[in-house]
Design a protein around this ligand. Structure first.
Ligand code: KIV
Ligand code: NA
Length: 265
């Protein structure tokens, strides 16, 4: 199948066709989501909470994420693979941002990178883009800044809506090929989506974004913690996995497994 490119996403926006995006951190999810026709896979720094067992996304490192990016980019034949730049790997300087983005492309085999931040990060987006690397922006609630933002809160309510729009416009002007909006009022996300030529991707940003993204462990019900309002659960993987593991354990303890058909003679 032909690789999804950033211009394809812009064409979808021009045609008014919404598109899905999911996180992926390993081979099987990348293969299955690719086969399901998900055009963009994000190796999110949400791997911190969903792969590595950290409580927030802050501790995860570039060295921890690169092997996951490599697994996903090796496994997805069609999807555009976006690597998330983790906390501390691009905020120090524009030079650091370019160097980190280059590592994700060279060592991880990513097709694009994503970073959190608004107008203040336009120079970083510009420099990475100039280096030949497509950049996805991420504004609204940005988890790497949770301590500054006062926890998980909707951003851009009331008069603050204008600054979300200004951030999105600045990122587009700096060369971003798409902008994720997390936890912003649907009305603000709609305004931004109309204002930009490049696609917006919503997570808790209402129905009017060009794309919609979810973390796969939330979407498939593997994560059992209470999900935020913006998550829709399409499966109960936690229940499936727990039930199967319990049946396996009971079979072994009861002498039911292995059966004659599982043994060699
Ligand atoms: O890390 C992540 O999974 C993300 C998405 C939720 C956009 O940044
Ligand atoms: Na992220």
């Amino acid at each position: 199948a032909k690789r999804v490119r950033v211009h394809h996403l812009r064409e979808l926006k021009q045609r008014g066709e919404p598109w899905p995006m999911l996180t992926a951190y390993d081979m099987y999810t990348a293969e299955l989501f690719d086969e399901a026709g998900i055009p963009v896979l994000l190796v999110g720094d949400s791997a911190a909470n969903n792969v590595y067992g950290y409580e927030t996304s802050l501790p995860v490192t570039v060295d921890e994420l690169i092997p996951l990016v490599r697994a996903v980019s090796r496994s997805a034949k069609r999807a555009l693979v976006v690597a998330d730049l983790p906390f501390g790997s691009y905020q120090v300087s524009v030079e650091q941002a370019v160097a980190t983005a280059v590592r994700f492309m060279k060592e991880g085999g990513a097709h694009a990178v994503k970073l959190e931040g608004g107008a203040a990060f336009a120079p970083h987006v510009r420099a990475i883009t100039t280096a030949g690397i497509p950049v996805m922006g991420h504004i609204g609630f940005t988890p790497q800044s949770e301590h500054n933002l006062g926890g998980y809160r909707v951003q851009g309510r009331g008069e603050n809506g204008d600054s979300v729009v200004a951030d999105a416009v600045a990122l587009q002007a700096a060369g971003a090929f798409a902008v994720v909006m997390e936890m912003v009022p649907a009305e603000v996300a709609k305004r931004v989506t109309h204002e930009l030529d490049v696609p917006t991707v919503g997570i808790g940003a209402g129905p009017d974004c060009d794309g919609q993204v979810l973390v796969w462990q939330d979407m498939l019900g593997l994560r059992r913690a209470k999900a935020p309002r913006f998550v829709k659960r399409y499966a109960d993987l936690a229940g499936v996995v727990l039930g199967a593991a319990e049946r396996f354990a009971a079979d072994v303890r009861g002498g039911e497994f292995p059966g004659p058909e599982h043994a060699f003679h």
